[in-house]
Design a protein around this ligand. Sequence first.
Ligand SMILES: Cc1ncc(COP(=O)(O)O)c(C=O)c1O
Length: 371
Amino acid sequence: MLKVPYYPFNHIPEKLISEWKTAIDQVIESGVFIGGSFVEHFESEWSTFIKCERSVSVGNGFDGLRIALEVLGVSKGMKVVVPAHTFIATWLSVKAVGATPVGVDVDRNGLMDLDKLEALNDEVDAIIPVHMHGAMVNMPRLLNWAKPKKVKVVEDASQAHGANLDGKSVGTWGDAGVFSLYPTKNLGALGDAGIIVFADQVLASRAKSLRNYGAIEGKKYDYESLGLNSRLDPIQAAVLSVNLKYLNEWNDKRIKIANMYEEHLNENIKKLQPAALNSVRHHFPILVPNPEQVARVLNEKGIGVERHYPETAARSYAKVNRIKDSIPYPIADSISSSTLSLPISPWHTEDQISYVMESLNMAIADRSIEI
Ligand SMILES: Cc1ncc(COP(=O)(O)O)c(C=O)c1O
């Protein structure tokens, strides 16, 4: 039986692994294990790649979000709009700076519903649009709403590295853009990592200080704020510089796999996001009435799947904060109860993806699953 892991780390090409090893060796030879030229080099390469003024690397995406909010002045008593359906880190980052998340339901594509955003009655201070599964929120429309109200915008671009709208990169539309560089992301490290992008040098400099205990940029023991320790390791930076060279090629591979699914999956299977969204296909979510059962059937055939996410961030957040009656978000709830992500990555072979489709189509034909 062909095995198709959800994310096949065991299929990473030898050539790439040897490039990583060379890069790591270079860091070891440099004798610099915190900060230094490998980190600066990756930051400047990322700024060039997405065409932004300045990039500030951090330890992970969650810290990136909380640092971005903090440098934009979001603090206790303030309100931040977040989509009901996202990874929980988006909501938790708001709590981390002492502010309150204000949920907005998502649309049928799983992206923040801008009609509902525009109908909001609350006075809010900031908004975090999340570019889910590789597809971008309509940023011109969102900025039309946010800018006149002076609402700060932090893009959570953790699932959409390399995406763009009208040629302008994801992450560069708002006041700040945050990317998790978790290993399975479109651009990932070999461990935790993240990066924030800014158009404003002053904000970037404050973020740089915050990530390093609040020390003033360029000074070691002279502090300007209550900072934290969230620095990108040079070893991860060196690996990320290698991976960045391949990001466009890897995104093309993901798009090719998504196109195969679009073309050959049983036409009755609902896809969460249509090809027209111009996505970099971080995930390929389908909607089925019984995702756990479909997962079991596929698992029995050696196919790994994931669920992004089986509970909305709004509900998880309400639960952990012991808020009894979480507000209903009908579309987010309906997506989370039916979503199932099929394997997609630069490392899957066409044979593996064909096997996933055949297995799913056959299971529908012989009624071992219902859609
Ligand atoms: C949308 C979104 N936001 C934030 C994060 C948090 O990133 P990290 O795991 O690097 O802290 C993730 C990562 O999974 C994510 O998908």
